[in-house]
Design a binder for this molecule. Structure first.
Ligand code: GLC
Ligand code: CA
Length: 529
């Protein structure tokens, strides 16, 4: 019988930050031809889909998350011809290609915004969010921009403020305007018609604001020195009930095509994230689940979080897990080098689609960026803690100059100092490396449906141990993860079997019954008899 699961349910998603993956023309910045030249690696690694952060035309104020033309490739990344080659080469290998859609805002260089700001009665005026000053001349409300400062910028030419949830160079579109909706949906269709397999939608929960633009309430927990955006609770600037209508309409665009994937970027508590699945499976296929990124690395807490997430999923909803992305500290830095393999095992054995961030398979860590090399606006405006440069450094391919990422030219962000020994070339030949572990995990996951589409049952465990069983038909696997740095044990009760895979690979084949001993920082997968 054919597997009733869709490619994005059983598959693994790999996120590429295109500036940092592979440079093909020696300008120090990664590009599409570079990605194409590394597809063999991705195939070898065993992922099923690649998601590329924005590669569209952009003044690059937010490194591509400020789009000035949704239907063209930025020259930094190459040409439309390069894109077409990337797409067909991806498909030739049986891989899928996911792009990044940025609907909340455009660049201030987008033709729509240039028209919109040209006069108060321009037909596109209402495509963005313009407000008069308050009677006292003040800002329309107290909303803050995510990257520091106010969310409003005054336009002297027309005497009004425009809203920007991020940089002033990223004006927010007015998604209550049906013309905006249709124009943006047509931009999606442009790529879907080309055969792109899906989109990750940027800040999906923020695209509709409260109709009356009330002040956001202060956050009583905020303290001086914390990220300035958190000073207010964004009650009225995001996650409004009406956003669900937009998500539903967006989904119906995807449903005009076969087998396309709609992912939403949503940082909200579990119970609010799952609303983005829609009511009858008519929302996003995968509202990103960032729990592994945001929760402390504590076995008991993670176990409760998994249960809470599983319980919150609406009927028919497919779960997903994310371990890293271009906005958050790298997993190996957050949980520590010793735990990175355990995190890998969790990501690739939990129930749901895994999303893996480029370089995490090497155990890449956040790179300290000297102040004069910082390029990310929040890092410069607010302070290095708010910046995202450390997790965006070049992919480490080999031990040659610049880790094989680019030629002799200085790369756009510094290459990690550890590249001489932490790189694809060396780690792929070391059977005990984290890269080899990732490789074995993707292999096992592909061979054993229990690990991709199987059911999830948590196994009671104490202290630093997280344990669960994945089951499909007659095959059952116990996954036991020691999330601590002391040895631990897991009582097995009636369960027994043979170790199939461990983070310390010499235990494979070992028979276990009664109890399972775990070394510090060890993860084990047992095929249950
Ligand atoms: C999302 C992106 C982030 C970007 C922001 C504004 O959070 O992941 O990188 O800066 O939206 O588009
Ligand atoms: Ca380049």
């Amino acid at each position: 019988m054919a597997d009733p699961h869709l490619w994005w349910q059983s598959g693994i998603v790999y996120q590429i930050y295109p500036r940092s993956f592979q440079d093909s023309n020696g300008d120090g910045i990664g590009d599409l031809a570079g990605i194409t030249s590394r597809l063999d690696y991705l195939e070898w690694l065993g992922v099923d889909a690649i998601w590329i952060s924005p590669c569209f035309k952009s003044p690059m104020k937010d490194f591509g998350y400020d789009v000035s033309d949704y239907r063209d490739i930025d020259p930094i990344f190459g040409t439309m011809a390069d894109f077409d080659v990337l797409l067909s080469e991806t498909h030739k290998r049986g891989l899928k290609l996911i792009l990044d859609f940025v609907p909340n805002h455009t660049s201030d260089h987008h033709a729509w915004f240039l028209e919109s700001r040209s006069s108060g009665d321009n037909p596109r005026r209402d495509w963005y969010i313009w407000k008069d000053p308050r009677r006292d001349g003040g800002l329309p409300n107290n909303w803050l921009a995510n990257f520091g400062g106010n969310a409003w910028t005054f336009d002297a030419h027309t005497g009004q403020y425009y809203l920007h949830s991020f940089l002033a160079e990223q004006p927010d579109l007015n998604w209550r305007n049906p013309e905006v909706q249709q124009a943006m949906f047509d931009n999606l269709r442009f790529w879907l018609n080309k055969g792109v397999d899906g989109f990750r939608v940027d800040v999906m929960n923020a695209i509709i604001k409260h109709a009356d633009f009330p002040d956001n309430p202060p956050n009583p927990l905020w303290k001086e020195g914390q990220h300035p955006f958190r000073r207010l609770i964004p009650d009225y600037s995001q996650d409004q009930p009406e956003v669900q209508d937009i998500v539903r309409m967006m989904r119906s665009v995807f449903d005009e095509y076969k087998d396309r994937l709609l992912i939403g970027e949503i940082y909200l508590p579990i119970e609010r994230v799952v609303r983005y699945y829609g009511t009858n499976g008519d929302g996003a296929h995968l509202p990103f689940n960032f729990q592994l990124l945001t929760k402390p690395w504590d076995a008991q807490l993670i176990s409760r979080t998994i249960d809470r997430y599983e319980a919150a999923l609406p009927p028919g909803a497919w779960p997903n897990w994310v371990l890293g992305n271009h906005d958050r500290p790298r997993i190996a830095t957050r949980v520590g080098r010793a735990q990175a393999p355990v995190a890998a095992m969790a990501l690739l054995t939990l129930r749901g689609t895994p999303t893996l961030y480029y370089g995490d398979e090497l155990g890449m860590e956040d790179v300290h960026i000297p102040p004069d090399k910082l390029v990310d606006p929040p890092g410069i405006e607010i302070g290095p803690e708010a910046g995202r440069d450390p997790e965006r450094t070049p992919m480490q391919w080999d031990a040659t100059t610049n880790a094989g990422f680019t030629g002799s030219r200085e790369p756009w962000l510094p290459v990690a100092e550890n590249y001489a020994h932490v790189n694809v070339e060396i780690l792929s030949h070391d059977p005990s490396s984290i890269l080899s572990l990732y490789r074995r995990l993707t292999d096992l996951r592909r061979a054993e449906p229990a690990l991709s589409i199987g059911s999830y049952t948590s196994v009671p465990a104490e202290g630093a141990v997280l344990a669960y069983v994945r089951k499909h038909k007659d095959s059952r696997f116990l996954v036991a993860l020691n999330m601590g740095s002391s040895s631990a044990e897991l009582p097995l009760g009636e369960m027994k079997g043979n170790i199939t895979l461990t983070t310390f690979h010499f235990r494979e084949g070992e028979h276990v019954a009664g109890r399972l001993d775990l070394r510090p920082d060890e993860g084990v997968i047992v095929r249950l008899a």
